[in-house]
Design a protein around this ligand. Structure first.
Ligand code: DC
Length: 492
């Protein structure tokens, strides 16, 4: 359900917001993103970044040089070497394109009419997203746009999706033009907004859609003060939920049933012996009944995750072939309460069992790519994760693994052995998303979000320890082998 009034959300202590918080504000044109994001930045003392201004600056530069907004190659050639700076200032952001102040020039109806087309190109978006991630990776920002929560910062502390009726949005846009002394026809503006919505939400790459973990805030009937109050409270919900969780990891470990303690202890010792490092887990509490969603690169993966997690029994959804009773590993899988799953088609029994375990408060580890992937590029997430999330609403802990390739279990200078854990994904916006798309598309959105989360963790890992020659060469080799296996297993 969309949130419409501040009383619908609990208040939270603003001090709960971490200093490296990232607040993502997405929504259609005219929904009040800019004023909201700016006000939130002021309230929480964060830096405000307007990503729409970046697409506008490119559009303005293209129009000034006679480049067609449909010509992707020319736009990329224009953008790649250009310097593009957003300087925080009172009122609107100052936008510098190659050192020239274009802050006013990017707000004309001509730019308005062409910018949506410019932003549909995949390579343009890739370059823009890269710049935006660089600007915000250290945190302390409020970033507004269309794909911030879903693609640019999938691990944002808070995600807000603003919505408003088309009339309310057209009115807002009309007033903005009028304040700048530009005369526009209000009816024409309604048609233009509808057109832009369609282009922004139907484009193939990063379309504007509700991120399933965003707070959807409908501001059609809110005054500005109410809107800001509601958004500010939404920013504090995840930190407040985290703060309320039990942090006593030592006790959680003591309370593990003995056989789990034994096996996880062995996993932990062995992986540490091989030089494994954990990131992002220290002190991050986890509620009971989470889905632990892991990228799959080797047969060691369940051991790596179980050895580091140790906050309660973690049951693995694993391919049925691994449960063969004659094999020691098969017995281990049974002993550790793993759930066998057929990889072809939809295994209803496995999903029913998984949902039941989550409802009992156990954790469930899944490898939603369905099979091992080549290193360097997390695979496409299959629909199982989205189905399970829709059935159980269980929060998801994204985990990115690096280094356990083939027979070499890390510890090698050629491939650092790392386990990266992201913050919890909670499904605040799922009902709203389901109001706009069917269950299958919602599953895809959940899968895409999880994959974006891995990619972000991978980017952090590569920033700390750049990808090695060994990894590059092995990744290329695996890509060929694994795509053949993928085709055989799933027909894709
Ligand atoms: O928010 P705005 O109206 O200034 O955005 C201008 C255009 O840029 C809009 O049509 C959509 C596009 N845009 C985008 O595709 N992704 C973003 N993150 C921001 C803006």
């Amino acid at each position: 359900m969309a949130y419409r009034h501040p009383d619908e959300l609990p208040t939270g202590d603003p001090a709960l917001l971490p200093p490296d918080a990232v607040i993502a504000v997405d929504g259609p044109a005219g929904s009040g993103k800019s004023s909201t994001a700016r006000a939130l930045a002021e309230r929480f003392e964060l830096l405000y970044i307007d990503t729409g201004a970046m697409y506008r600056a490119l559009t303005h530069a293209a129009l000034s040089s006679g480049i067609n907004p449909g010509d992707e190659a020319a736009l990329v050639a224009l953008l790649a070497p250009a310097s593009l700076e957003l300087l925080p200032s009172r009122g609107e952001t100052t936008v510098l394109w190659c050192g020239n102040d274009v802050s006013r020039a990017i707000r004309t109806p001509q730019v308005e009419a062409a910018v949506s087309q410019v932003s549909t190109h995949a390579e343009v978006r890739r370059l823009m997203v890269q710049r935006q991630q660089t600007m915000g990776r250290r945190g302390g920002v409020v970033m507004e746009g269309r794909d911030i929560g879903s693609v640019v910062f999938p691990l944002a502390t808070a995600k807000i999706h603003l919505s408003a009726s088309p009339e309310a949005r057209a009115d807002r846009r009309w007033r903005q033009f009028r304040d700048r002394g530009v005369e526009v026809d209000r009816d024409g503006l309604v048609r233009e907004l509808a057109d832009r919505d369609r282009q922004d939400s139907e484009r193939a790459v990063s379309p504007l859609q509700i991120s399933p973990d965003a707070f959807v805030i409908d501001c059609s009937d809110l005054d500005f003060a109410q809107q800001i109050e509601l958004c500010a409270r939404a920013c504090l919900v995840n930190p407040a939920l985290d703060a309320a969780l039990d942090l006593d990891i030592k006790r959680a470990r003591r309370e593990l049933p003995p056989r789990y303690r034994l096996v996880y202890g062995i996993f932990d010792t062995v992986t540490r012996f091989f030089g494994m490092t954990e990131y992002g887990s220290g002190g991050h509490p986890i509620p009971r009944g989470c889905i632990v969603s892991v990228n799959h690169i080797s047969l060691w993966d369940p051991a790596l995750v179980a050895g580091t997690f140790r906050r309660g029994p973690i049951h693995t959804l694993a391919k049925a072939e691994l449960f063969h009773p004659a094999w020691l590993g098969g017995r281990l899988f049974r002993w550790m309460d793993a759930i066998p799953i057929r990889r072809k088609g939809y295994d209803r029994n496995a999903f029913r069992e998984a949902a039941a375990r989550l409802a009992e408060g156990e954790h469930l580890m899944i490898f939603p790519e369905g099979t091992r992937q080549a290193i360097g590029e997390p695979g496409q997430v299959r629909s199982g994760l989205g189905i399970l999330v829709q059935e159980t609403r269980a929060p998801v802990v994204p985990i990115f693994l690096r280094g356990a390739y083939g027979k070499r279990i890390g510890g090698s200078v050629e491939s650092p052995l790392e386990v990266w854990r992201g913050p919890l994904l909670r499904w605040h916006g799922l009902d709203d998303l389901l109001g706009t798309v069917d269950r299958r598309v919602a599953s895809d959105r959940i899968g895409l979000l999880c994959r974006s989360a891995w990619c972000e963790l991978q980017a952090r890992s590569f920033q700390m320890n750049p990808v090695t020659e060994f990894e590059k060469a092995l990744g290329d080799k695996q890509l060929r082998q694994f795509s053949a296996r993928q085709a055989k297993l799933f027909g894709t």
